[in-house]
Design a protein around this ligand. Structure first.
Ligand SMILES: Nc1nc2c(ncn2[C@@H]2O[C@H](COP(=O)(O)OP(=O)(O)OP(=O)(O)O)[C@@H](O)[C@H]2O)c(=O)[nH]1
Ligand SMILES: *[C@@H]1O[C@H](CO)[C@@H](O)[C@H](O)[C@H]1NC(C)=O
Ligand SMILES: *[C@@H]1O[C@H](CO)[C@@H](O)[C@H](O)[C@H]1NC(C)=O
Ligand SMILES: *[C@@H]1O[C@H](CO)[C@@H](O)[C@H](O)[C@H]1NC(C)=O
Length: 445
């Protein structure tokens, strides 16, 4: 099996600073470890669970999400698809989830670096995902499947007529495509379209399906109506969570362990600039997520305030639930005083101008600012994860209203065992009257 997690851009090795060198040695060591284990876990899942007398067919579920959606919403859609695969495996064939390569995301704007066809192994621990549900990287699927072909693409859409009689019910039907189809037939009769930048990939058939309901309503369709080996659900975000915040949701969420090299960089940064270490902060992390059951309130966190300040499109719309920089800094100072914290770590997507202004208003803030070489290695997605990891370990956290980036930090802190009071906080708009705070979602083990 081809494991892309081991791939390291050669250009970077020629020009490494010491920070990167440290990272590289850890990354290489870990990548080798991952390869062996991913193979073991993967083959185990196919030999141990399938009795020879009733061998089930191996089938692949692929999916993609509406192009404008960002990294953190995509992580949420993964949870819905993992749930669907679990249902499929309970009721039928030996389904495997194919991880859609990362890339071409609107927010990933760092130029001059390659940000396409990124395997999941660069951001998440594949071995950890495997413990929850069988997954393969896209390139592995291509290798196993005998070529760059997807048998059937189902483009999910709503119902043209909306909810009939204003009544919501679960349903799924094959229907004519409502929007212009983003796939077109080539001379050989194959469908061409966006397959994560893999130009040679094509589909044998594309149809539209109107679906309204939870992810698992697709199970009977995939099991009974369709016999193809590989099926891709496009616009997978159309489907809802099977049980939001239930045990299955949390199992999948807990299995989404960040790639080790990113956690190591975050931990080093905490130690070096924030005087934060797991044993002193009571944030001991287990590599094996199934053993991670920290008691609520047991985590103390590092002696700093963690801040996620979402800007860009969140301020362009003049949303009333997002503060001005001045308003945010005022809140930050008051929280530092209240919680007796001398340091503040700020994660933000602010543009250069706003970043300068923020630095002027809050000169002593700590930020993770990667060198060009580090950025090439981690990419925008990796830097975002490092920011999230550092925020997840703060004694007290405050995020931005309805940002999926902040929500993912809440979940990470919940896994680490923080007191909900130290996690579910958000900035209020300067003139916001009712500033409702985020909901506490408790882990179901
Ligand atoms: N490094 C870093 N990147 C950030 C930060 N905030 C936002 N971003 C970037 O901006 C992207 C969009 O922010 P998200 O909150 O994830 O938004 P989304 O997933 O598009 O979903 P919505 O919040 O619904 O828009 C992220 O995926 C990051 O690439 C931050 O604090 N640090
Ligand atoms: C699946 O097959 C059943 C029975 O043949 C049919 O009634 C149903 O409309 C089909 N559903 C889809 C989504 O094609
Ligand atoms: C394409 O898929 C649809 C839905 O499964 C099916 O009805 C149709 O016959 C398929 N077309 C071809 C050419 O296989
Ligand atoms: C770091 O934290 C420890 C214990 O919390 C404290 O004793 C020490 O003085 C701190 N070091 C610095 C440099 O702030």
């Amino acid at each position: 099996m081809a494991h892309r997690a081991v791939h390291i851009p050669v250009v970077c090795i020629a020009s490494i600073d010491s920070f990167t060198a440290l990272f590289l040695s850890i990354f290489i060591a870990f990548a080798a470890f991952e390869t062996v284990n991913a193979d073991n876990v993967f083959s185990a899942s196919h030999t141990a669970t399938v009795p020879i007398s009733a061998a089930r067919d191996l089938r692949y579920l692929l999916y993609d999400v509406n192009p404008p959606e960002g990294f953190n919403l995509r992580r949420d859609v993964y949870i819905r698809m993992a749930s669907l695969v679990k249902t499929l495996r309970k009721e039928g064939d030996d389904w495997v989830l194919v991880l859609p390569p990362w890339g071409r995301l609107y927010h990933w704007q760092s130029s001059n670096i390659h940000q396409m066809r990124i395997p999941w192994g660069e951001f998440f621990s594949i071995t950890s995902l495997q413990v929850n549900v069988p997954v393969v990287e896209f390139e592995e699927f291509i290798a196993e499947n005998g070529g760059p072909f997807i048998d059937q693409v189902l483009v999910l859409q709503n119902y043209a007529e909306g909810w009939t009689d204003g009544k919501w019910e679960e349903k799924v039907d094959e229907r004519p495509c409502i929007d212009k189809l983003m796939y077109s037939k080539d001379k050989q009769g194959y469908y061409r379209g966006w397959f994560w930048g893999y130009e040679e990939t094509r589909a044998r058939n594309v149809t539209c399906i109107s679906a309204q309901g939870h992810a698992s309503i697709m199970s009977p369709v995939l099991q009974k109506n369709i016999t193809a080996t590989s099926v891709m659900l496009d616009r997978a975000e159309t489907l809802l969570h099977d049980h939001y915040a239930g045990k299955d949701y949390w199992d999948t969420r807990r299995s989404m362990v960040f790639a080790k090299h990113l956690r190591v960089i975050g931990d080093d940064f905490r130690a070096k600039y924030l005087n934060s270490s797991d044993d002193r902060d009571f944030t001991i992390y287990s590599e094996d997520w199934t053993r991670m059951k920290a008691k609520l309130g047991s985590a103390k966190g590092g002696p700093y305030l963690g801040v996620h300040l979402r800007r860009k499109d969140f301020i362009w719309g003049h949303r009333e639930d997002v503060p001005s920089l001045k308003g945010a800094v005022k809140k930050i100072r008051s929280l530092m005083k209240k919680h007796k914290l001398e340091k503040v770590f700020v994660a933000t997507d602010a543009d250069e101008e706003e970043s300068k202004e923020l630095r002027r208003l809050l000169p002593d803030m700590v930020r993770f600012e990667p060198s060009t070489e580090d950025l090439e290695l981690f990419k925008d997605g990796g830097v975002a994860i490092i920011d999230q990891w550092i925020c997840a370990h703060a004694r007290y956290f405050i995020g931005t209203s309805v940002s999926t980036f902040s929500f993912r930090i809440h979940e990470e802190r919940e896994i680490l065992g923080f007191d909900p009071k130290a996690t579910y906080n958000r900035f209020c708009g300067d003139n916001e009257k009712e500033c409702e705070q985020p909901t506490h979602w408790k882990i179901v083990y």
